[in-house]
Design a binder for this molecule. Structure first.
Ligand SMILES: Cc1ncc(COP(=O)(O)O)c(C=O)c1O
Length: 345
């Protein structure tokens, strides 16, 4: 579907420039979720039909990041998955991370300190040079949540390969607008409620298949079984061979709302979304006398501006003392004009 045609599927009442906080659902997602809630309320179906959305979403996500579906696990939050990876690192592991990293890919490593796991933080742009032979893992976001800074993936990937460092990548602020190949990394985790425009509670984890046996599936339940529907009761442990062994039991309704959003992203294409988002972000930057950048998130110094903007019907965020605006598929040139006007430009 052409991006311009797809834009008719959103109905924001505001100038919505806050996808980095949460994305807006396209009409098919909202309608699917509403219908499922209605069926739930009136007891019209069995639950399996809601569960099917989980598997279809897993397949769509695999396609989105060029991964084999066998290497994708599903869950509900980033921190749950990074926590599993952190607790599987060896005793005494040394983890490197950006100093302003979103804590869901940072705190889990600190919680391992009783086993001698240590965390070193450096500015996001210095990760590659800070890696060395003693680094066990580098944990970082593809796009920084507060600043919008896009990681130099080539440099980090090269340094990690050189020093044999595990890469634990949080693509929550990138996946959906930034073209990404999951297999470049060991772990790639994404929460769907921002740029994948899904309800909160649907997350994905890509796991390098060579590392599958080094990660403890500590939260395995019935859904992590090789055959889900014969895994409800009793021993023995019968885990899935694939990355499904890392699955958490699905939050049905969130997955019902996720499936159509992922299908729509695939239909429009991440390349087209990338081009659109960067064009709007750079249009705004140009008017603000800022150099063009490679990010759909723009962070500028403007204390308390988000409250001022809200009065003009503009949704944005304040992060680390800055105004943060983010541009996604449903935003338009008119949104940029409204933002500039509200900022007195
Ligand atoms: C980069 C990043 N990762 C993860 C999250 C959410 O983490 P969790 O799924 O643990 O709530 C956010 C939310 O703002 C984020 O910006």
């Amino acid at each position: 579907m052409e991006l311009a045609a797809a834009q008719a599927l959103w109905e924001p009442d505001t100038v919505y420039l806050n996808t980095a906080s949460y994305g807006l659902p396209p009409r098919p997602s909202f309608e699917a979720l509403s219908a499922a809630l209605d069926d739930w309320r009136h007891g019209r179906t069995s639950w399996e039909i809601w569960g099917d959305s989980t598997e279809e979403s897993r397949g769509s996500f695999a396609g989105l990041v060029g991964a084999d579906v066998e290497d994708v696990a599903i869950g509900a939050t980033v921190s749950d998955f990074t926590g599993m990876v952190a607790s599987s690192l060896p005793d005494g592991a040394r983890v490197l991370a950006p100093d302003m990293e979103f804590t869901s890919n940072l705190f889990p490593y600190f919680t391992q300190s009783d086993r001698g796991v240590t965390v070193e933080t450096v500015p996001a742009g210095r990760l590659a040079e800070a890696m060395g032979p003693s680094t066990t893992a580098v944990a970082f976001s593809v796009v920084q949540s507060s600043s919008g800074e896009v990681a130099d993936l080539e440099a980090v990937e090269k340094a990690a390969a050189e020093h044999d460092v595990l890469t634990v990548v949080d693509a929550t602020q990138g996946c959906g607008w930034l073209p990404l190949e999951a297999s470049r990394f060991d772990f790639l985790v994404v929460h769907g409620y921002k740029w994948l425009m899904s309800p909160r509670g649907t997350a994905f984890l890509y796991v390098n298949p060579a590392l599958r046996d080094r990660i403890r599936p500590a939260s395995a339940g019935w859904y992590a079984g090789e055959d889900v529907h014969s895994s409800y009761y009793g021993p023995p442990l019968r885990l899935a061979e694939s990355a499904r062994r890392f699955d958490r039991s699905p939050a049905w309704f969130s997955w019902v709302g996720t499936k159509p959003s992922l299908e729509l992203i695939a239909s429009v294409g991440v390349e087209a979304i990338h081009e659109h988002n960067l064009r709007l972000a750079n249009l705004f930057r140009e008017e603000m006398q800022l150099e063009p950048s490679n990010s759909a998130i723009v962070s500028i110094e403007a204390e308390d501006a988000s409250t001022q903007l809200e009065r003009s019907g503009i949704q944005a965020a304040s992060r680390a003392g800055n105004l943060r605006v983010s541009f996604h598929i449903y935003n338009t040139d008119e949104d940029v004009a409204a933002l500039l006007k509200a900022l007195g430009r």
